[in-house]
Design a binder for this molecule. Sequence first.
Ligand SMILES: [Mn+2]
Length: 479
Amino acid sequence: MKCLAICQTELMVRTLDRILSSTFELDFLVENRALARRLHDAGIRVTAADCCRVDTYLKADLSPQTCVIIEDNRRRSLRRLVEAVRDAGGSLMYVLSTGSSTRAADDVRQRYPEVTQFTLAELTEPTLVAELSRSLTRARVQQYQRYFEYADRVLILLHDDPDPDALASGLTLRYILRRRRATCTIGALRPMTRPENLRMARLLDIPVDPVSSADFEKYDRIATVDVQPHCVDGLSRVDLVIDHHPEQTGYNTVFKDIRPDYGSTSTILWEHMRAVDFDVSERNATAMLYAIKSDTLFFARHTNRQDLEAFTYLYPLADPALIRKMEGAEITHERLEYVMRALAASVHEDQVFCGCLGEAPREDLITYAADFFLELEDTRWTIIAGIVGDRLVVSLRNLGYARNAGEFVKRAFADLGSAGGHRSLAKAVVPFEAFVQKHDARTPEEIARRLSELTHRFLHEQNGKAKDRDVAVAQKATI
Ligand SMILES: [Mn+2]
C-alpha cells in the first residue's frame, strides 16, 4: 500500500520512516531543499516541492487509495494543503499535530470530516505512561524482594477458604520472592472447601498449609495476598500486603500494593512479575489466567483495562486443557439439592429472587445458590440465606449497579453481625437467634419473605439514585 507523508521536520521524517517503511511503500514530500538532500543522502525516498500546489500531488502519482499523512506544525496553511491533496484526488488523509495547539487541524476536520486527526502526544502517551508506571512498580518490587531476601522462613497468608485468585497470587508471589515450599509456606487459617478450588490446587501443585494464629511468630516475614490483615485474628503487623479489595485500616505493614479498581489480585502480581522481567511459566500463566477469569466471572464484573491486558498476555502462555479440567463440572448432587431447597422457600418478585435453603453444612453452598439463581430469567438481584451452625449467612449478587449490594447488607445486617461487600456482591453473617428476634422469621419461608421485604424497601427508597460508596467487607471470607 502506498503512503505519502508531507512533513516539515527532519525528526518527523526519520520517525515515520522507521515506523512505516517496512509496511508501506513510503514517499516523503518536504518543502526545504537542503533538508530533502540530506534525507535523500540517508537513503530516504523524499522529494522537495511546494506542498500547497495540486500538481505536486499529480506528479507524486496520488490515488484515492494512497494514505496521506500531513504533519501539522502550524507553519504552513494546513487548509490550503489539505485542499490541494483533495483536488489531486486524495481521500485518505491523516493530520498529525505535533504542536500544543490543534486549532488548524480542528478547523480542517470540521470542513472535511473525512480527515482523521491525531496528535503526537496521543500516540506517545500510552507507551510512555505504561513504561514509567512499570518503573515505579519495579522499584517497589525490588524493595520488597530485598526486604524478604535474608529471611529464613516466610509465610504467604491467603484468606479463609482460598479461591483461585488467592492460590494464583500466593504461587506468583512465592516465585517473585525466588522461593520454594521449603522456605516459604503458602498458608490459610481455614482450608479450601469448593471442589473447583481443590482441583486447581491439586492440578497446579499449590499446596496450602494449615496455619494458626499461634504459628505467626515462627515466621521472619509475613505477606498477605488477596486479603488484608485486619480480617485475621492475631495479625496486626505484617511485612507486605497485596490486595484488590477496598483498603482497610487497623494493621501495620512495611510494604503494600492495594488497588481496589483491579478485578483480581493476580493482575497486580502479573504486573509485578513483568516489572522485574521474570519469565511467566506455563504453570503461573495457567494459575493467573484462571484466577482472573474466575474473580471477574469472565469479565462480567469489576474489571479494568489491566485485567484485560493481563488476560491477553497470559492467554497464549496458559494450558487451556488444564483450565478446562480445573473448571470441571460445576453442578454436583449436593449443590443441586441445596438449590432446590432454596427454590422451595423463595420469593421472586420484580427481578429480585430471595430464597432460604435452611440448614447447610458449609457456606459455599449458599454462595453457589446465589450465583445459580442470578442465571434465572428475569432476575437482577439474588439474596440467598442459609443457616450454618448458629449463624445465618446471607449471600447477595446483582447484575447492574442501580444500587449497591454492599450498602444494602450493611444497612440491613450490620447491627447484628458482620456485613459488607462491593456493588455487585456482598455477604452478611449474623447470629441466627439475633436475626429471629429482630425480624420475627424462623422458617426458611419466613426468612425468604423477610429478605424480600427488606430488599424491596431498600431498592425503592427515594434516594435510590444516590451514589453509594463501596463498603468494606467487615469480615472477609469468600464473599
Ligand atoms: Mn480476588
